[in-house]
Design a protein around this ligand. Structure first.
Ligand SMILES: [Zn+2]
Length: 270
């Protein structure tokens, strides 16, 4: 599941392959790429970076390529002529120079536009949890003003903090012992803890190919609750519960014992 940490590493890989290079070929099935391939061919790549779950490729042709991988997209880097790991029909963006071919497969969301227009597309994003500099105060401010009903939806809202996806949403709430269906309005202490935990987990995994929240590197022991429906909680052995919450596109996981249904923080607010 591509989340902020995955995209951060993808930007590093793609950046290492393309930065400073002139694109000799630009193709792929994404309509914005087809529309601009003649302008992009011959352009030099100035910088590749991530912004939350978006990957941005800046060129000297006054054009930026932006992709969002959603559930299943992936960025791959190949030596010229090497066999691709995914079908050619899924290639949405293909960028080539003499030695390397960089391919984005299956990304449903691709745009190519001027730097100003691309900035407008990502302006809504909250502080980036994987950026070197993280504006904690701003993240706290945005946590205090929920657009969503439940805390699970609120922390997955990219306007609050950029980078949290389905895995981190469940893991962060488990670690902070907050039920995912709790109201989005947390206490000040809870907000600070959620923000700090989010930053800590994303930064821990920013350079790690395999995501770990438990501190355990053993296969199958890396996560607390995500993907562990009906399995025993690693802390208390209660069966992990699952539900579709609000308009989230994926299942949320939690331990009904470690994450009580009415968080203590809400009782004294009523
Ligand atoms: Zn538990």
């Amino acid at each position: 599941m591509p989340e902020g940490d995955t995209i951060y590493r993808a930007a590093e890989r793609v950046g290492a392959a393309l930065t400073g290079r002139r694109l000799s070929g630009v193709s792929g099935s994404a309509p914005p790429i087809r529309a601009t391939s003649s302008q992009l061919t011959g352009a030099r790549v100035k910088r590749v970076r991530s912004a939350g779950k978006h990957l941005l490729i800046e060129t000297d042709a006054n054009l930026v390529i932006r992709t969002h991988l959603r559930m299943s997209g992936v960025w791959d880097v190949y030596a010229k002529g090497a066999r691709w790991r995914h079908p050619i029909g899924a290639a949405r963006v293909v960028l080539e120079h003499d030695e390397t071919t960089v391919v984005c497969f299956s990304a449903p969301d691709v745009s190519v536009d001027s730097p100003v227009s691309i900035q407008l597309e990502i302006n809504h994003l909250g502080p980036d949890l994987c950026a070197d500099r993280f504006d904690r105060d701003e993240a706290v401010r945005r946590m205090e003003a929920p657009h969503k009903a439940t805390i699970a939806e609120h922390i997955a809202d990219q306007r609050v903090m950029a980078g949290i996806g389905n895995v981190y949403k469940s893991e962060i709430l488990f670690l902070e012992r907050i039920h995912p269906e709790a109201p989005a309005s947390l206490t000040e202490t809870e907000i600070e803890r959620v923000v700090d935990r989010s930053r800590q987990l994303l930064m821990l995994n920013r350079s790690r190919p395999k995501r770990i929240t438990t501190g355990e590197t053993r296969r199958g022991a890396e996560l607390w609750v995500y993907g562990r429906g009906n399995q025993p909680c690693r802390r208390c052995r209660t069966k992990i519960d699952t539900a579709w919450i609000g308009d989230l596109e994926r299942i949320t996981y939690w331990c009904p014992n470690c994450q009580p249904s009415i968080p203590t923080g809400h009782i004294d607010r009523k």
